[in-house]
Design a binder for this molecule. Structure first.
Ligand code: FAD
Length: 386
C-alpha cells in the first residue's frame, strides 16, 4: 500500500463493511484516520446482509470482474487474519425445478465458465453428495455448483476490522460522538466534519460510506451532485428485504450456501440458519402479524428442502434496507463540485468490501486513479442530469 501524504487527515463516515474495511486499510498504511459512526459499527445494512460472496449474476462483464476480484480480496484479507471463523468459503449450490429456470441456470453457468469463473452444472446426486442435508425434489431440471463462493459472518468481521483499525492507530467514535450533523465547506473545499457532540473534526479528505444515508450526508456539504438510490422509504419500495434467523440446527444440518428455487439459506452464528426468499416482499411499513407469518413461511420452505431444521423455530426477523444505486452499479469516487469529498455506496457491498477498500485507499493515499473504478464514478449521474 502506498504511503500517505504527510499530515493528511482522513475522516470516514459510516462503519458498515465499506467504512471499516477502508479505515483499517488507511490506518494500516499509516494514515491519520477517524471513523465516525452514529450507532454501532456494522449495525445497518451490513448486519442484516445475507453476505453471500459472489459474482454469480453480476453484469456487465466489468462489474462481474469487480465482484470476482472481491472474492479474491476477501480470501487474501482472511489470510491476514489467520483464516478466521467469520470467513466461510463454503461454495454455493443452486438448483431449478422448472424447464425455463433450468435453461436459465445452464446458460448462466456456461457464460460464467466462459468468463473464467468457477461454475459447474452437476447432477442432483452430486449436489446431494456435496450437501448431504439436502432433500432434493425429483423434479430438479438443473443443478449448479459454484465452489469459489461463500459468505461472511458480518458481525465478527466488522468487529475484527474495527479492532484492526484501532490497533493500527485509527480513532473510532460512535453514538453522539460519531453522529455527523454537518460538513464545513469553504471555497468549495471540505474542511471539517461536525458531530452531534458539537465536536469539529478537521479533515483534508472526507469519505462518505454511509450506505443509504449517503445522499443526505452529501447534502450536508451543500452538494448538488446527484447520488440516485433506489427508493427505500415508501410502501412497496424495492430496496428493503426481509431476513430471518431460525434454529437450532440439528445434526446433519446444512453447511454451505444454498439457493433453492423458493428459499435461500446458509449457516449463521450460534447454531442458526439465515434465510431469505426471492419472491417474499416486505418493506419498512409491513407490520405484524404479516412479518411473523412471512418468517414462518420461509422456515417451512427451508424445512422442505433440508434436514437439520426439524426442531427449528424462527428466532428473529427484520426488514432491512439495501443501499442500491439506481443503475445497479457501485458509486465510488470524488463527488463533483465539492473538493475533498469522496463517496462509496453500493449493493453487494459485502462481496466488494475488501477489494473496494484496497482500490479506494490507493486513490485516497496516492491520488492514483484506479481504472477498475472508472465505470463507477459519481459524475456519471451529473452528466445525465445536465
Ligand atoms: C437483506 C440484505 C441482503 C443482502 N445480501 C447481500 C449479499 O448476499 N451479498 C452482498 O455482497 N451484499 C448483500 N447485501 C448488500 C450489502 O449488505 C450492502 O451493500 C453493504 O452492507 C453496505 O455496506 P455499507 O458499509 O455501504 O453500508 P451500511 O452497512 O448501511 O453502513 C452505513 C453506516 O453509516 C452510518 N451512518 C449513516 N449516517 C451517518 C451519520 N450522519 N453519521 C455517522 N454515521 C452515519 C450508519 O449508521 C451505518 O452504520 C445485502 C443487503 C441487505 C440489506
Amino acid at each position: 500500500m502506498t504511503a500517505p501524504s504527510a499530515g493528511r487527515r482522513y475522516v470516514v463516515i459510516g462503519a458498515g463493511v465499506l467504512g471499516v474495511a477502508l479505515t483499517a486499510r488507511l490506518a494500516e498504511a499509516g494514515a491519520a484516520v477517524t471513523l465516525l459512526e452514529q450507532t454501532r459499527p456494522g449495525h445497518a445494512a451490513t448486519r442484516s446482509s445475507f453476505a453471500w460472496l459472489n459474482a454469480n449474476n453480476k453484469v456487465p462483464r466489468a462489474y462481474h470482474d469487480l465482484n470476482h476480484a472481491g472474492l479474491r480480496a476477501w480470501s487474501a484479507r482472511a489470510d491476514g487474519f489467520g483464516r478466521p471463523d467469520w470467513y466461510r468459503p463454503s461454495g454455493n449450490l443452486e438448483w431449478a425445478v422448472t424447464p425455463d429456470a433450468g435453461v436459465e441456470l445452464a446458460a448462466r453457468v456456461s457464460r460464467l465458465a466462459d468468463w473464467g469463473y468457477p461454475a459447474h452444472l452437476i447432477s442432483a446426486a452430486a449436489a446431494a453428495e456435496l450437501e448431504p442435508a439436502l432433500r432434493l425434489p425429483p423434479t430438479v431440471t438443473a443443478a449448479a455448483w459454484f465452489p469459489e463462493e461463500g459468505y461472511l459472518l458480518t458481525e465478527p468481521m466488522v468487529d475484527a476490522l474495527t479492532e484492526k483499525a484501532v490497533q493500527s492507530g485509527a480513532t473510532v467514535l460512535t453514538g453522539e460522538a460519531g453522529h455527523v450533523t454537518g460538513l464545513d465547506v469553504t471555497g468549495g473545499v471540505v474542511r471539517a466534519v461536525r458531530t452531534h457532540a458539537s465536536q469539529v473534526i478537521p479533515a483534508d479528505a472526507v469519505v462518505c460510506c454511509a450506505g443509504r444515508w449517503t445522499p443526505e450526508l452529501a447534502a450536508l456539504a451543500g452538494s448538488a451532485a446527484p447520488i440516485p438510490l433506489i427508493p427505500w422509504a415508501q410502501p412497496g419500495a424495492e430496496a428493503p428485504g426481509l431476513v430471518v434467523q431460525a434454529g437450532p440446527v440439528g445434526p446433519g444440518g446444512p453447511v454451505r450456501m444454498v439457493h433453492a428455487p423458493d428459499v435461500y439459506f446458509r449457516p449463521h452464528r450460534a447454531g442458526q440458519v439465515h434465510l431469505e426468499a426471492p419472491d417474499v416482499h416486505a418493506d419498512l411499513h409491513t407490520g405484524e402479524p404479516a412479518l411473523g407469518d412471512l418468517a414462518s413461511e420461509l422456515l417451512r420452505r427451508a424445512q422442505r428442502v433440508t434436514g437439520g431444521l426439524d426442531r427449528a423455530e424462527v428466532t428473529g426477523y427484520r426488514v432491512c434496507v439495501r443501499p442500491m444505486p439506481a443503475d445497479g452499479q457501485s458509486i465510488v469516487g470524488w463527488l463533483p463540485g465539492t473538493e475533498g469529498l469522496y463517496v462509496a455506496v453500493t449493493h453487494s457491498g459485502v462481496t466488494l468490501g475488501a477489494h473496494l477498500a484496497e482500490l479506494m485507499a490507493s486513490e485516497l493515499l496516492a491520488g492514483v486513479q484506479q481504472p477498475e473504478l472508472a465505470p463507477y464514478r459519481p459524475g456519471r449521474f451529473s452528466a445525465l442530469a445536465s
